[in-house]
Design a protein around this ligand. Structure first.
Ligand code: CA
Length: 227
């Protein structure tokens, strides 16, 4: 059987290392990140069978990551939280986490919760991995874009930009929102990088297929329109 791939996003390095070793011992294939932004990048670039998310993280909080992931994937997520406050638990579950665990926890407890979460998702094989707008489809698991069944070759940034627009179809997104989401908070530069990439997408999608997907609201931003 193929080893299950686990992503652990936890900024407490010693705890992360401990959990990593224990999970490896149990036969899991573990990827570790100590920063929320880095964790989100891992999720965009790889397929994981489960995500273990610390709540308080530098870069991007566990709750925010969870919300974003739920827009395109039903991968099981277990939140790890240092705080025992009920509000945090509610927020964690509201954001779409399957379960939460309060630190410090016994590793046996985590392993048991993981087994439960895996069992839970076994029955639900239908994964929400397809984003669609008109005849454009994004398979977020294969990271493949097709228009009317024909594959479109996109660079990583073009793909991320298009996915973000389609996830939020019919919602106007400002350049700042797009920059923050697709390029990351640490991006320093002109917001017209967004315009440049929108132009790339238009030539590869709108112009290539003779349809208008990406709309401009002058002075505000862009959106993808569902007819
Ligand atoms: Ca933390």
């Amino acid at each position: 059987m193929e080893r299950k791939k686990i992503l652990l996003v936890e900024d407490e390095v010693k705890l992360a290392r401990f959990v990593e070793l224990e999970l490896q011992y149990e036969g899991y294939d573990v990827t570790v990140c100590h920063d929320g932004r880095e964790g989100m990048n891992q999720i965009m670039d790889n397929l994981f069978d489960m995500i273990l998310l610390d709540l308080m993280l530098p870069g991007l909080t566990g709750i925010e990551i969870c919300r974003r992931v739920r827009k395109f994937s039903q991968v099981p997520i277990i939140m790890l939280t240092a705080k025992d406050e009920i509000m945090d638990k509610v927020a964690g579950l509201d954001s779409g986490a399957d379960d939460y665990l309060t630190k410090p926890f016994a590793i046996e407890e985590l392993l048991a919760r993981m087994r439960v979460a895996f069992k839970h998702c076994e029955g639900t094989t239908v994964k929400k991995s397809l984003l669609q707008v008109q005849d454009l489809t994004i398979d977020t698991e294969k990271r493949m874009v097709t228009v009317d069944g024909k594959a479109v070759e996109l660079t990583k940034k073009e793909y991320e930009l298009l996915s973000y627009l389609v996830q939020n179809k019919n919602i106007v997104l400002t350049r700042e929102q797009i920059l923050n989401e697709v390029w990351g908070y640490s991006y320093i530069g002109e917001t017209n990088v967004v315009d440049v990439y929108i132009r790339y997408l238009r030539s590869k999608i709108d112009e290539a297929f003779g349809n208008k997907y990406i709309h401009t609201i002058r002075g505000v931003g862009y959106y993808v329109k569902e007819e």
